[in-house]
Design a protein around this ligand. Structure first.
Ligand code: C2E
Ligand code: CA
Ligand code: CA
Length: 382
């Protein structure tokens, strides 16, 4: 059945059984894209989809990529497979609202193929799908460090306007060297860490470190494999930008895209006594950028408004008092630029924040919310 979203699995990397004939499947166009929603964690709204390959076999039903991708890579038909998937994916996605992006998967081996950017360009152009809406996901692999062609392919894709994401971050060896090998825009935290983070302290440490790393490098972060409300909450709390997983939706075929787009999505409510509070209470040794979660408990009781901003002047954390002063919820603030949350005050406060970001400590600054005539005293910005 085409709408069976749980495809059958066979041992990966093995030779395909006789009755699975990939060349025939390519000729008969049996490979098709499925689409899994990606959401903006802060708002809960749809940000786009990841394209995931499926083999719709006439007798065997839906076959998962774990079965055929390694064989396609080994036997040299990964390029043809990608073309078939992308052609269908761009066609199906052309009708989606323009704010929705499409993340596509490229095997590290394909970074040897200098024609790849031109193929992606031609397929997207034929479908009328804008390059700026394409995110190319590259799985973390030793290959990308050593292939000279990888850099020129990556630069060409970026010149077209596509963005690059490093997939499965944390699973390969020497992750940090991969990060600087190509001009990545996004970092995807591997599912294995996300799934175990509510139980395993080590996984939480890794996830928070990866998000902190992404933030400090100016990369957007994506958490994959979010299955529960608690995991979503924790990722939002740690400052992750985007989420993906069964909690937000399973991969669907093209014909279900419209229903998926119009499905009602709600902003995540952070419950009292929820995941992050457990983290704060535990002996959770997080890096400095994530220590905010622990400080929250202390600062929530303070009689002043407090916020922590990142280098891009986005709220990484704040207390309830400041949220009330700004007239919005804590969730509204997280990840939002200061300019968006207090537009009437931003022009006045920006130079002071910049000085603070440069390392200066500013004391006893007095500002007034113009629209409300309310005095804001900023005793310390540092
Ligand atoms: P990936 O790129 O890491 O894709 C995410 C995988 O996690 C997908 O598996 C997706 O169905 C699964 N997933 C998403 N959310 C959850 C969740 O909440 N829980 C669980 N348990 N799983 C979740 P899928 O579709 O079987 O794909 C497996 C891998 O195959 C992909 O991993 C990707 O590396 C590769 N792949 C898929 N399509 C393509 C393609 O068109 N080209 C290439 N080169 N590789 C592909
Ligand atoms: Ca991927
Ligand atoms: Ca992944």
């Amino acid at each position: 059945m085409i709408n069976d979203t749980t495809p059958c699995r066979m041992p990966a990397g093995k030779r395909l059984p006789e009755y699975l004939n990939p060349l025939r499947a390519l000729a008969e166009s049996q490979f098709m894209p499925f689409f899994q929603p990606l959401v903006t964690l802060r708002t809960g709204q749809l940000a786009g989809f990841e394209v995931l390959a499926r083999w719709q076999h006439p007798l065997e039903g839906l076959i998962s990529p774990g079965t055929f991708i390694p064989v396609a890579e080994r036997d040299g038909w990964i390029g043809q497979l990608t073309r078939q998937i992308l052609q269908k994916a761009f066609q199906a996605a052309a009708a989606l609202p323009e704010n929705l992006n499409l993340a596509i998967n490229i095997s590290p081996l394909q970074l040897r193929d200098l024609h790849l950017p031109e193929q992606i360009r031609a397929l997207a152009t034929d479908a009328g799908f804008a390059f700026s809406r394409i995110v190319v996901e590259i799985t973390e692999s030793a290959l990308i460090d050593t292939l000279p062609s990888a850099v020129s392919i990556a630069v060409e894709l970026k010149t077209l306007g596509c963005r690059l994401a490093l997939d499965d971050f944390g699973t390969g060896y020497s992750s940090l060297s991969h990060l600087q090998a190509l001009p990545f825009d996004k970092l995807k935290v591997d599912r294995s860490f996300v799934s175990s983070m509510t139980e395993k302290r080590e996984s939480r440490k890794i996830v928070s470190a990866v998000i902190g790393l992404g933030q400090s490098l100016g990369l957007r972060t994506v958490a994959e494999g979010i299955e529960t409300h608690e995991q979503a909450e924790m990722m939002l709390w740690l400052g992750c930008d985007f989420g993906q997983g069964y909690f937000y939706g399973r991969p669907v075929p093209a014909r279900d895209l419209a229903a998926c787009v119009s499905a009602k999505r709600e902003k995540l409510q952070i419950a009292q006594g929820s995941a992050w509070k457990k983290i704060s209470g535990s002996n959770f040794h997080v890096p400095p950028t994530q220590r905010l979660a622990q400080l929250q408990a202390v600062y929530d009781g303070a009689p002043v408004g407090l916020a922590f901003l990142d280098q891009n002047m986005r709220y990484m954390n704040l207390n309830q008092k400041l949220a009330d002063m700004n007239g919005a919820t804590i969730e509204d603030h997280l990840g939002s630029p200061v300019a968006e949350m207090i537009p009437e005050l931003f022009a006045t406060i920006e130079p002071h924040i910049r000085r603070a970001l440069d390392g200066e400590t500013l004391a006893d600054l007095r500002l007034t919310y113009p629209s409300r005539g309310k005095l804001v005293r900023c005793p310390t910005i540092q």
